[in-house]
Design a protein around this ligand. Structure first.
Ligand SMILES: [Fe+2]
Length: 156
C-alpha cells in the first residue's frame, strides 16, 4: 500500500533515509568531479566537454538538494559533511590531472554507479510503499543513465 512520509514507521523512514544519504553523497562527489573536469579538461573537444561537464554539475547540484530535502521530509538527518559523504560514496574523487578521454570514462563510471545506487534506493522505497521517494529515485536514475549514454557516445 502506498504510504506518505509521515505514515511510514520510524524504522522504514530510517532505512530509506540511509539509502538516500548514499544517493546524496554520490551526487555531491560527482558534482565536484564534474566541476573539476569542467575546469581542467583540455584538447580539441575542450568547448563541448567544458559545457557538458557544466551541464552535469548544475544538474547534480539541484539534485543533491532535492534528495537531501526528501530525507528531511522523512524526518531523518541529511549528511552534510564532505568527509562523511566521501566515506559513504562509491563514486571516488579524481585529481583531474589526466586527458579528456580518461575524464569522460571516469564520469561515465560515476553516472553508472549513481544510476545503480538510485535504482536500489528506489527499490527499497517501493518495498516500504514509499511511492514518492521511489518516483524521485527513478527520475534521478534515468537522468544518470542519460548522462552515461552521452559520455559513452564520445568513446565509441
Ligand atoms: Fe565555469
Amino acid at each position: 500500500m502506498t504510504q506518505t512520509a509521515s505514515d511510514l514507521s520510524p524504522s522504514a523512514q530510517g532505512a530509506i533515509a540511509e539509502a538516500l544519504n548514499q544517493c546524496v553523497a554520490e551526487t555531491a562527489v560527482s558534482t565536484m568531479l564534474a566541476q573539476n573536469f569542467h575546469w581542467n579538461v583540455t584538447g580539441m573537444a575542450f568547448g563541448p566537454l567544458h559545457a557538458l561537464f557544466q551541464e552535469i554539475y548544475e544538474d547534480h547540484f539541484v539534485a543533491q538538494d532535492d534528495l537531501a530535502e526528501r530525507i528531511k521530509a522523512l524526518d531523518a538527518h541529511a549528511e552534510g559533511m564532505l568527509a562523511g559523504m566521501l566515506k559513504r560514496s562509491k563514486v571516488t574523487e579524481h585529481d583531474g590531472k589526466t586527458d579528456d578521454k580518461t575524464m569522460i570514462k571516469a564520469m561515465q563510471v560515476a553516472q553508472e554507479t549513481l544510476a545503480a545506487t538510485l535504482a536500489a534506493a528506489g527499490e527499497l522505497a517501493a518495498e516500504h510503499g514509499d511511492t514518492l521517494t521511489e518516483d524521485l529515485c527513478i527520475a534521478r536514475g534515468q537522468t544518470h543513465e542519460k548522462f552515461a549514454w552521452m559520455l559513452r557516445s564520445h568513446l565509441t
